[in-house]
Write a protein of this length. Structure first.
Length: 119
């Protein structure tokens, strides 16, 4: 069963696994059925890979099925990415608008270089 405790434990385990073997963790996640279990694993993978590869991290985040979790994970990733590589983050948003709501796309395109909203 997909219980909250099991789901949380998997997210934690995948985060650690991703630090050791990101490709192995990613392959395993792709084999998992849709649901909270998989979504939390993907969220952990995105979080763990963000520092080394923010483009892959937000691309992974875009595959989360739960709308709220997907949008939150993408938004946090793009905000942090914008602090380091604003143009690359902006390009990702423009190239991936098909996985974003129009409102989220607009918010993300209006992030300044400090990860906040442009005035």
């Amino acid at each position: 069963p997909d219980t909250k405790g099991r789901t949380d434990a998997v997210g934690h385990a995948v985060w650690h696994w991703t630090n050791e073997d990101p490709a192995g963790a990613a392959d395993w996640l792709l084999e998992q059925p849709s649901g909270d279990f998989r979504d939390n694993g993907i969220g952990a993978l995105a979080k763990a890979s963000f520092d080394d590869d923010p483009a892959s991290a937000v691309t992974w985040a875009a595959t989360i099925d739960n709308d709220r979790q997907r949008e939150g994970t993408i938004e946090r990733g793009v905000r942090e990415w914008s602090k380091r590589e604003p143009q690359e983050a902006r390009n990702w948003v423009q190239e991936n608008s098909n996985v974003l709501s129009p409102e989220q796309s607009e918010r993300l395109l209006n992030i300044d270089n400090e990860g906040g909203r442009k005035k």
